[in-house]
Design a protein around this ligand. Structure first.
Ligand SMILES: NC(=O)c1ccc[n+]([C@@H]2O[C@H](COP(=O)([O-])OP(=O)(O)OC[C@H]3O[C@@H](n4cnc5c(N)ncnc54)[C@H](OP(=O)(O)O)[C@@H]3O)[C@@H](O)[C@H]2O)c1
Length: 276
């Protein structure tokens, strides 16, 4: 499969926009990227900014594109796939970024024996720092997988999984993960203000600390656990603060939070699957 094939996005919203911007920076040609959406005003904005061909009719886009990226909300997915059914054939590659939607259901709605790849990116795609879980069905070729990885690695790091439940786990970990860290930053900012800091300093230092710690964990030869031990001296400030977190069952709170997210991701998948 060559880089000159047409890639169409159904849904021109936030995630599609982030991925398209990354692709354009990654040397995909704008002539080969097309978008369709029901929101004509948004299409005009996208066309004016990115210079892409736009469609208000998803089936017209499907006729022109060999790769179709489903970037619509979950509740619209079944209907859109059923509308596409007559226009999709075994040469198409369908990539769905729709949270929860299962590969088998997408394949059923599209008419079976279609190559479907499910992807779970997260919002740092907007700054090319996304973590993207991927899974393909059995009939997807290596060539199709490679092209999918080339498209999505334009906005971050891709990893393939073998079981679909792993994508629900990835949804609970990194799909929703940015919100967990934003919440932590919010909480640290509030606590800093309560300790007497100006709001600006509390917020800025909470953000920069999260950034610095993440970058260290990413680049360092040490594990996060070793990095934590390195800054935790006996009877020091960090040790007393971490001990207080441990006493309040911090790790269990995080485990519970992720389990709830995992279960909800699975529920959404079942709800969508019953949408026939
Ligand atoms: N945001 C995240 O962190 C994240 C992470 C991973 C995966 N995802 C998944 O990515 C998908 C897209 O999310 P998003 O944040 O980009 O959503 P979004 O900004 O709401 O974009 C979806 C677009 O699709 C349009 N649309 C609705 N019905 C349509 C139809 N029948 N045909 C064509 N276009 C249609 C919407 O128009 P209207 O607004 O007029 O309805 C909207 O412009 C979702 O399924 C979400 O689960 C999101």
């Amino acid at each position: 499969m060559k880089n000159s094939i047409n890639i169409g996005f159904i849904g021109a919203g936030n995630m599609a926009y982030a991925i398209i911007c990354g692709m354009l920076d990654n040397n995909f040609r704008k002539q080969n990227i097309k978008i369709s959406d029901i929101n004509e005003k948004l299409l005009i904005t996208r066309h004016n900014e990115l210079g892409l061909d736009t469609f208000t009719n998803n089936t017209l886009l499907a006729k022109e594109c060999q790769v179709i990226i489903l970037a619509i909300k979950p509740q619209t997915l079944a209907l859109v796939c059923k509308q596409l059914k007559k226009f999709i054939n075994t040469k198409h590659t369908i990539i769905s970024i729709v949270a929860g939607a299962k590969i088998t259901d997408i394949n059923n709605w599209l008419g079976m024996n279609i190559s479907v790849i499910r992807a779970m990116p997260n919002t740092p795609a907007m700054i090319k720092q996304s973590s993207i879980g991927l899974m393909a069905n059995k009939i997807t070729s290596n060539e199709q997988k490679q092209l999918t990885e080339k498209i999505l690695s334009s906005v971050g790091t891709c990893l393939w999984v073998e079981q679909e439940s792993m994508l629900d786990a990835i949804t609970a970990l990194s799909g929703s993960g940015p919100a967990y860290f934003f919440f932590m930053i919010e909480a640290m900012t509030k606590a800093g203000i309560e300790l007497g800091l100006d709001e600006e300093i509390a917020r800025k230092f909470s953000i920069k600390t999260a950034l610095g710690a993440s970058m260290m964990a990413d680049k360092s030869k040490y594990t996060p656990s070793q990095l934590r031990a390195n800054v935790t001296s006996e009877k020091g400030v960090t040790e007393s603060a971490i001990e207080s977190l441990k006493k309040q069952n911090f790790e269990q709170i995080i485990a519970n939070m992720m389990r709830v997210g995992f279960i909800r991701a699975q529920e959404i998948g079942f709800e969508l699957g019953n949408n026939d």
